[in-house]
Design a protein around this ligand. Sequence first.
Ligand code: ADP
Ligand code: MG
Length: 570
Amino acid sequence: APQTETRPFEAEVAQVLHLVTHSLYSHKEIFLRELISNASDACDKLRFESLANPELMSGDGELHIDVSWDEKARTITIADNGIGMNRHEVVANIGTIASSGTRRYLEAMAQEKKADARLIGQFGVGFYSAFVVADRVTVLTRRADASAVEGVRWESDGKGEYTLEQVEVPSRGTTIVLHLKADEDEFLSGWKLRSLIHRYSEHVAFPIRMPKDSDAHDGSDEAAEDGSQSADKAEWDTINAASALWTQPKSEISDEDYQGFYKSLGHDFADPLAWSHNRVEGNQSFTTLLYLPAHPPFDLMMGGRDERKGLKLYIKRVFVMDAAEELLPNYLRFVRGVVDADDLPLNVSRELLQQNRQLERIKASCTKRVLDLIEGLARNEPEKFATFIKAFGNTLKEGIGEDTANRERIAKLLRFASTKGDDASRSVSLDDYIARMPEGQDTIWYVTGETHAAAAGSPQLEAFKARDTEVLLMSDRIDEWMLGYLHEYEGKKLQSVAKGELPLDDAAKQKHEEAAKAAEPLVARLKELLGDRVGEVRVSARLTDSPSCLALSDYDMAPHFARLLREAGQ
Ligand code: ADP
Ligand code: MG
């Protein structure tokens, strides 16, 4: 008889499993979506690999995902005929955690009351959501290129160890059996499972099937445990739409379909703010379906870095890879969706993609579509636009430095706090500022600060306030960097109030000169006292209330930026 090997989980996995089983209370039903989404990924992978290796599909060319349950055994079974896993892959894929930030983010999430299980898919640990409802999980799997006797049985109670065994698995793919916890009986119902498939997995591109008439009696799959396919005798109903939504004509797709498809991409469970669906025909044809999310992903909010998943590249409807980096500039990394290209070679690798001319054009087209989409919100949907700016306004600012060709378009979309704006909210555009400029002003003034309060309270602003000149208040980390690239907008110079000379009218100039003369002895004395610590002591027209302030010459670094560099150890 084959040996059963018992192994401990990696420490990190054990901690994640503990969090998953003890902290995720709301939306427990998400396990079904996560396991179906893994089954769908496995079907995608098989379809892709079989292009080079058609015999992988042999005997069973119709990919599908089957969901059944057994009331007596209290199990739910999710089976696919996708790529499957060999022993090495089982250990590597479901015994380890790829991203090092995962545990930290999950911990932070778990501290929130009623931590929402729906977030789990964002962390690349969707499989473990099985342990939210099950106290034992069995995986039976056989890789498409392996023989029946090379099947693998993996089992765990999610507590610290798992067992591995080589077993016979009659056909290709993966079967996952969940042994439900005592109080999770609600999932042992055809009606319940069916409605969850509709809610969360409607737009999975492969048929998700359940035993026929599964509302009438239990969908028992008697011998699922040992991998035999007794359910083959049963007849199956397809539950979901099972189509590639983006390939359908726009006129036949409802808003609900678009929203449902967005959620099936798996990074977000809230509705997207907006989307853009386009087919480009010509010597190069492709389809894009691009979404703007309503909020940043959880790990981004936690200060982590976006892993740049979420934009999927298909070639002639075959999923090839996550290719956000190849298909969009970095500053648009929040965009989610699908690009389906007709004319790229199917054997394309990531390295080849990065040098592909056609892809450059698709990327330019995606960039244009996204900017169009954001401009549309700015024009027609102020509330959604405000939500967008709150979520991604700072990410968009990176485009000022990154995308020279679109700098003016991006600058038009940015919003700032201002001395004439509405408290700390970033709602003033450069166009608003220009529209309010009095005749003769040709400079867009700004002040930078560590915080909004510091910027708004800067003594540098006094003279501007006294003369009712609007000043933009910049206090986001990225601002100083961005301003290094944004010197001009619509022919108006952008200038810091901390730099250079404030322009004066004639009367003020005269008054200033008189004051400077009177203060000469004082200035001389201050220069003596301060010595090398300052470049120059000057009588200033900047201030109205404060007796003195530090000013910068045109070539000095702004104080906030100088501080950032110091923090970075420079
Ligand atoms: P993710 O799907 O984000 O990679 P999961 O925790 O959901 O993270 O899955 C971990 C890995 O386990 C997958 O990347 C895949 O390699 C493997 N896996 C899970 N389910 C299946 C399946 N049904 N068929 C083949 N491989 C699977
Ligand atoms: Mg997954």
